[in-house]
Design a protein around this ligand. Structure first.
Ligand code: ZN
Length: 245
């Protein structure tokens, strides 16, 4: 079976559609998994939710999904994120709002745990260092954990008997073999990458090959930026898409 694993789409339909075309060009997948933050920042929150639903994706909630429906307080966001969040809230249909409201905060599926931020604190915690990853290995029971939230593609590996773990930063075309060692895997962000590469990031998991493949996909950034400008979204959120930070 082949699974496309998407995260942090953030209302960027151009990036999402480019990724869907890329998946199609690679022979398609059997299942879609989505690690949260479908909305927030970008100009097309509703269409992105509709696409995720059309793919029948197994999906969990991210902090932006919950903030845009009033389940968490935007007071915890920086000012640009809060502005975008309020704008998003006003641009969702009741049906789309209800979809976000019903998303679980984490899911266990086969060998994988899915959590937006971390298995310890699925909504808010960022796993940004080997040490925070090491701590989080105690908070899930499966071999592998999939997270998003940081918008940075990375794989942390647990080392039995040691008090830290190692990590790799995969690039487009990288393969990660799943050979029974415990891993925390971040596919990177589709709609707002933050690792210095502005291309949309996602992974395909092939369960027959026991491997994960990382891909980057160029998309029409200017088209997304134009819509953001027309919607009055904060300039800093618009310009950062050019640079992938
Ligand atoms: Zn995010």
């Amino acid at each position: 079976m082949r699974y496309a694993i998407l995260s942090d789409i953030h209302g960027n339909i151009e990036a999402l559609q480019a990724v869907l075309h890329d998946i199609e060009s690679r022979g398609n997948v059997d299942y879609f998994w989505c690690l949260g933050d479908i909305v927030g920042y970008g100009p097309d929150p509703g269409p992105c939710i509709d696409v995720v639903r059309q793919q029948n994706a197994l999906c969990i909630a991210g902090n932006h999904d919950l903030a845009s429906i009033g389940q968490i307080d935007v007071g915890d966001f920086n000012s640009d994120a809060a502005v975008a969040c309020r704008w998003t809230a006003n641009n969702l249909s009741p049906d789309q709002t209800e979809y976000l409201a019903n998303l679980p905060h984490s899911i266990q599926e086969g060998d994988f745990t899915l959590a937006h931020g971390s298995p310890r604190e699925p909504i808010w915690e960022y796993i940004l260092s080997a040490f925070s990853a090491y701590i989080n290995f105690s908070y899930f029971d499966t071999l592998y954990c999939l997270v998003g939230h940081s918008h940075v593609p990375v794989v942390f590996k647990y080392l039995e008997g040691q008090t830290n773990c190692t990590f790799i930063e995969p690039h487009s075309g990288s393969t990660v073999n799943l050979c029974g060692e415990r891993l925390i895997i971040n596919p990177g962000s589709i709609g707002q990458p933050r690792d210095g590469d502005p291309r949309a990031s996602y992974i395909i998991y092939n369960s027959d090959e026991h491997a994960i493949y990382y891909y980057r996909v160029a998309y029409n950034i200017a088209a997304t930026q134009k819509k953001m400008t027309e919607s009055g979204l904060p300039p800093r959120l618009i310009s950062r898409l050019d640079h992938g930070w």
